[in-house]
Design a protein around this ligand. Structure first.
Ligand code: NAP
Length: 504
């Protein structure tokens, strides 16, 4: 990083952040959802007020275009408000009540009430490629704070000043609303600081977006702690796009143009970048030639950091020679920017070298040309876990489409139809995750309201007096949330007709 310096967090500072977070956790737990929602709203307002200035700093640090960055600030404040809305509504705690029955024979039935509670302080690793939406005040921080978990964020070294400014805004909101200081802390530094953070005794979960190498390193570290903790690492994938024969015939040119645009969007620096293009026979080969034509006219783009650019150029070379791919368009390594690349292999080669089909972060595509539908299905079933898998099909492709959909749902977190995977909507139904190696935990998402479930754990209370229960579980349902009572979803309060069972 040039032009802005930052102090690497010392051992003592990291330890202080851990203690402050642990102290804040108990305070946060005692504040209701409305107080946390106000905090999230206030952070969102401050981000919006500073959007122009923040985007300029991020532009200087990352070279990402200004419209993209101002849009990303809006997406980030939108995410914060979305989580505020979620916790205000309140039903997300998944309250379940099985009413007791002291008259049940042969044994009385206890009164059981279960809900989700915050897990504890969370370490958040900001991503290089999204300086706002997946960084200091991004979805990981928003969902952790919404759940009631303090956050210690590690700024990404690709945009330290942006991170610092966003961190200051969060701290301003915390001061204004009288939250404890340990609700949010931020540290700068290299891998050693990151490792120390994951090892901090007070940390209860880790959220990470970045490379497979770093994600796996942090995962192993977390598992080796005296108290192991979960790591929710989103590590990207090759995001296959299957173009079925009817679609090639009907809309080949449009698919080629759409694929080239998606591949080169943001100089290919998206975890949802469509790195594989898969189809059948000579007609599909013509589509691949049309993609190459489009890519030739794309000007080289500046990548986020010099290291990411050199990893892109080296990665194209290493991965494409490992799978013995034929180059159609070789990325230009002689320029300061990065130009797109396109390679080609047969379906047979792809099946034989499946474990070598690694992600190369950047605008490079690998076309897999299969002999027939059977081979295409075999390629699909051999692929590793993915964030997304895309089907481009026509009504004429129904038979093959029907076979392909369940295979893709088995390997990917999101199946896209007649679209492209770049562009991740933020909302309750979004799934941004997938089986390993796309993430370290396929049961979760890092985008959308369901991202909050990474930072909670369930607790059940058996036969507790009403007054000691969290409000969400009390008989008269003071928060008016949806609850599952004896297996039925309702917002209705109820009265206990029979006395509490205290002993079996
Ligand atoms: P990265 O190298 O994985 O770094 C992400 C974060 O993890 C940084 O804060 C980094 O700190 C830290 N880190 C890296 N190695 C570590 C280790 N061994 N122990 C502890 N902490 C460690 O990702 P990046 O710098 O953003 O980009 C590099 C590559 O990551 C790209 O070329 C691409 O392949 C991939 N990537 C994937 C996504 C995605 O969406 N999944 C997004 C961005 C990048 P330091 O930088 O200080 O080491």
């Amino acid at each position: 990083m040039e032009g802005w310096s930052y102090a690497v967090a010392t051992e003592a500072e990291i330890a202080r952040a851990g203690n402050a977070a642990a102290k804040a956790f108990h305070d946060l737990a005692s504040r209701g959802p409305e107080a946390r929602a106000k905090l999230l709203d206030r952070i969102a307002d401050l981000l919006d007020q500073q959007a122009g200035e923040l985007a300029e700093i991020a532009h200087r640090e990352t070279s990402l275009p200004m419209p993209r960055l101002t849009g990303e600030v809006g997406r980030t404040s939108g995410q914060l408000r979305m989580f505020a809305g979620l916790i205000r509504e309140g039903s997300w705690v998944d309250a379940r009540i099985d009413l007791g029955n002291p008259l049940r024979t042969p044994l009385p039935k206890p009164d059981l009430r279960r809900l989700l509670v915050p897990i504890g302080p969370v370490a958040v690793f900001g991503a290089s490629n999204f300086p706002f939406a997946f960084s200091v005040a991004g979805g990981d921080t928003a969902s952790a704070l919404a759940a009631g978990c303090p956050v210690i964020a590690k700024a990404h070294p690709a945009h330290p000043e942006t991170s610092q400014r966003v961190g200051e805004l969060i701290r301003e909101a915390i001061r204004e609303l009288h939250f404890p200081a340990g609700t949010f802390s931020m540290v700068h530094g290299g891998p050693e600081v990151g490792r120390r953070l994951v090892e901090l005794e007070q940390i209860r979960a880790v959220a990470f977006t970045g490379s497979q190498k770093a994600g796996r390193a942090l995962y192993s570290l977390a598992a080796a702690r005296p108290t192991p903790i979960p790591v929710f690492a989103e590590m990207g994938s090759v995001n296959p796009v299957f173009v079925l024969p009817g679609r090639v015939r009907q809309s080949g040119a449009a698919v080629a143009a759409g694929y080239a645009a998606s591949l080169t969007l943001g100089v290919g620096q998206f975890c949802t970048n469509p790195g594989l293009l898969i189809g059948i026979g000579p007609e599909f080969d013509q589509l691949v030639a049309a993609v190459a034509e489009k890519l030739r006219s794309v000007a080289p783009g500046v990548m986020l950091t010099r290291e990411i650019r050199s990893r892109y150029i080296d990665g194209c070379d290493a991965v494409m020679s490992a799978v013995m791919a034929e180059p159609i368009l070789t990325p230009d390594g002689s320029q300061s920017g990065a130009s797109p690349g396109l390679y080609r292999i047969s379906g047979k080669q792809a099946i034989e070298s499946r474990e070598k089909l690694e992600e190369v972060f950047g605008p490079v595509g690998l076309a897999i040309v299969c002999q027939d539908a059977e081979e295409l299905l075999a390629v699909a079933s051999k692929l590793d876990g993915q964030l997304t898998a895309t089907i481009q099909a026509d009504e004429a492709d129904q038979t093959l489409r029907r076979k392909l959909v369940p295979i893709l749902a088995g390997i990917a977190g999101r199946v896209v139809y007649n679209g492209f995977p770049t562009g991740v909507e933020v909302g309750p139904a979004m799934q941004h995750g997938g089986p390993f190696p796309a993430t370290t935990d396929s049961r979760h998402t890092s985008v959308g309201t369901a991202a909050i479930f990474r930072f909670v754990r369930p607790v059940a209370f058996q036969d507790l007096p009403d007054v000691e229960l969290p409000q969400e579980l009390q008989d008269d349902n003071p928060l008016g949330i949806a609850r599952l009572i004896n297996g039925q979803s309702t917002r209705e309060p109820f009265r206990r007709l029979l006395p509490q069972i205290t002993q079996l």
